[in-house]
Design a protein around this ligand. Structure first.
Ligand code: C2E
Ligand code: MG
Ligand code: MG
Ligand code: MG
Length: 296
């Protein structure tokens, strides 16, 4: 437990460091165990149409509730999954579980024909596995059409095998009708390069852009607005991420952004809660319709 420091001398790791390291090792072991046991599952965050605030779809986000440590954020376990080369297992587990849920919602009439499900697939997964085959099998198994599904990929500077990524993406699009979103736009390291090579349908604007607006309203709004123009020019569908209040929502609506996600509209939530929200929304819509027809 000796560690070389910058000056070329050795320092002995103190108890706290060792404890932290041991705890992290244990967390890694626990993660792999829980993943194998399929004890990691999706939460669902609503995606709304800004104009109507109607829910048009959901994004599935991986959740790990550790029996002792409680909620461990993806920011902690995604790197563990990548480091231990089980990120594809995680991606497919969440994808299959979410597709299965979508199937149920369709069957039970909880969602309409245009309701769309998104999930995240790591670039590492696209590089290493036959994602098209896996997803095709899942869709077949549950009888869900590919055009109800969107795959979100976060561009990374670590793409080694861009040809494989493009190959899988094209199969998913052309053969299954799955749409592709570029996630975390401008939060990555080379997002403009990504736009140059990837065939995407949707651009998801990262929350960090709204933080720029918060820090410097005039400059921030001009930057955001210009990026929306870029997205429009390229023929992409724009989705704004991380809307936390009405002012942010108003700004994006004014800029012509069609779709949004954020705590302002709904947090990521367990399936049961989402279903309750969806049922409630549908009954409210019905109520409105009935009220209208009564006054006719
Ligand atoms: P992401 O795909 O960009 O997902 C959006 C993140 O923003 C989620 O964080 C969500 O909880 C958070 N968020 C939503 N609305 C707001 C808001 O109004 N304010 C703020 N501050 N945050 C908001 P989460 O769930 O912690 O996930 C973090 C990232 O982990 C995701 O970012 C995604 O890149 C990754 N991830 C999650 N699940 C999976 C998975 O199954 N596979 C892979 N490969 N990555 C995943
Ligand atoms: Mg995402
Ligand atoms: Mg995102
Ligand atoms: Mg993001």
């Amino acid at each position: 437990t000796a560690k070389k420091n910058g000056k070329g001398t050795f320092v002995v790791a103190d108890d706290q460091m060792i404890e932290k390291f041991d705890r992290y090792r244990q967390l890694e072991k626990d993660f792999i165990y829980h993943l194998e046991n399929k004890e990691i599952f999706p939460y669902f965050q609503p995606k709304v149409e800004l104009e109507t605030e109607k829910i048009v779809g959901v994004e599935a986000l991986a959740r790990w509730i550790h029996p002792e440590e409680g909620f461990i954020p993806p920011g902690v376990f995604i790197p563990i999954a990548e480091k231990n080369e089980v990120i594809a297992d995680l991606d497919f587990l969440i994808a299959e579980s979410a597709i299965k849920s979508l199937k149920t919602w369709i069957e039970e009439g909880i969602v309409g024909d245009d309701f769309n499900l998104s999930f995240n697939i790591s670039v590492k997964t696209l590089e290493g596995l036959d994602v098209y085959d896996h997803i095709e099998n899942m869709l077949k198994k549950y009888g869900v059409p590919g055009n109800r599904v969107q795959i979100e990929i976060t561009e990374s500077i670590f793409i080694n095998n861009i040809q494989k990524v493009l190959y899988e993406m094209n199969l998913l699009k052309e053969r299954l009708g799955i749409s592709i979103a570029l996630d975390d736009f401008t939060a990555g390291h080379a997002s403009l390069k990504g736009l140059g090579v990837l065939e995407i349908d949707t651009l998801k604007f990262d929350r960090s852009l709204l933080q720029i607006v918060k820090e410097n309203v005039d400059k921030g709004q001009r930057i955001y607005s210009t990026l929306i123009d870029l997205s429009d020019d390229m023929g992409y569908i724009s989705v704004a991420e991380g809307i936390e209040d009405a002012a942010e929502s108003e700004f994006l609506k004014k800029e012509g952004v069609k779709y949004a996600q954020g705590y302002h509209f709904g947090r990521p939530m367990p399936e049961n809660d989402l279903v309750a929200v969806l049922i409630n929304e549908r009954s409210e819509l019905k109520l409105k319709k009935n009220t209208c027809s009564e006054s006719e």
